[in-house]
Design a protein around this ligand. Structure first.
Ligand SMILES: Nc1ncnc2c1ncn2[C@@H]1O[C@H](COP(=O)(O)OP(=O)(O)OP(=O)(O)O)[C@@H](O)[C@H]1O
Ligand SMILES: [Mg+2]
Length: 297
């Protein structure tokens, strides 16, 4: 039994991108239908990074998620919206197995794949997974260390202590988080001396320093003023060129401004998932319509 960690980035691309040989089937009406289905499925799956299937999740005896089926796109921003307690944070934490750290949690049914790898299989090390799937929390949580050491930390715990390399990563990450110009002259001062908005960007810089593929953001702007919020939103727009982002938000405006697709949850169930425009302009479910128009939640 091999128990080494599985680097998700080293895995082959999704199977669908490798299966064009199936398209040589003869063209009877039935097989043509099959070809059309498999071709569109291939196109669909080529953009899918995360696939959640028939997923039930429990805290002890309490079921928090019911039969979630959701495919999340690579290098896009997906927003999770819905009233308090509907399971947004729970699902987000399932994506990097943060819920493993809570006693009594369990998956009842189904699973989650990232790049076709079941992230709950035994070979996947949660710590390795969390390097690939970083997380930014509602309340910014810089370490009580210098700005520089906040960013260098993730590399230092990987055994990287080379100053030139660390300097490079610190600068690249702070630039990536649109914070470099504001802090370049005080890198060795405490991260806790920054404003709330700067601290949140510092946490984003810390997350991107270890080059994850996916960034999970749980209400990253809820403690920020409109100017700091606008900065983080601009940043999200930039970051999606490089990362896949999932953001939980209670702000309809924020979901509409930042995300490509939106998933609406209610009482632990996924009610509707579509392009953000569709969710806000033309939702198909009356509960989605009521929520996005502010009539409940
Ligand atoms: N650690 C926990 N132990 C037990 N139950 C929990 C725990 N965390 C969340 N829950 C329950 O799971 C359900 C979903 O909670 P979750 O925090 O995922 O909701 P949410 O949509 O993120 O809400 P909010 O918008 O208020 O942050 C709720 O009923 C909540 O009480
Ligand atoms: Mg939450």
């Amino acid at each position: 039994m091999v128990t080494r960690a599985m680097p998700l980035s080293a895995l082959p691309p999704p199977a669908a991108t490798r299966s064009s040989s199936m398209e040589t089937t003869s063209a009877t009406p039935a097989s043509r239908q099959f070809q059309v289905a498999s071709a569109s499925d291939a196109a669909d799956r080529a953009n899918t990074l995360i696939e959640i299937t028939d997923f039930d999740f429990y805290y002890g005896a309490k079921q928090a998620l019911f039969d979630i089926n959701l495919k999340l796109d690579d290098k896009r921003v997906t927003a999770f919206i819905g009233p308090s307690g509907c399971g947004k944070s729970t699902l987000l934490r399932c994506l990097n197995r943060m819920n493993d750290l809570i006693d009594g949690t369990r998956i009842g049914r189904g699973g989650i794949k990232i790049r076709d790898v079941d992230i709950y299989q035994r070979d996947v090390e949660p710590i390795e997974l969390r390097k690939r799937v970083g997380m930014v929390f509602q309340k910014s949580n810089p370490f009580p260390k210098s700005i520089y050491e906040n960013i260098a930390y993730g590399l230092r715990i990987q055994g990287i202590n080379n100053k030139v390399r660390l300097d490079e990563v610190v600068e690249r990450s702070l630039r990536g988080a649109a914070l470099w110009d504001e802090v370049k002259d005080r890198l060795h001062e405490s991260g806790l001396g920054l404003s709330g908005g700067q601290q949140q960007r510092l946490c984003i810089a810390r997350t991107i320093a270890v080059q994850p593929e996916i960034i999970l953001m749980d209400e990253p702007c809820s403690a920020l003023d409109p100017i700091a919020t606008a900065k983080v939103e601009e940043l999200i727009h930039e970051l999606k060129k490089q990362f896949t982002i999932i953001i939980v938000t209670h702000s309809m405006q924020q979901a509409a401004r930042c995300s490509d697709k939106t998933a609406f949850f209610y009482m632990g169930k996924l009610i509707e998932y579509a392009d953000t425009r569709t969710i806000f302009m033309n939702p198909s479910n009356p509960q989605t319509e009521a929520y996005v128009s502010g009539r409940f939640g």
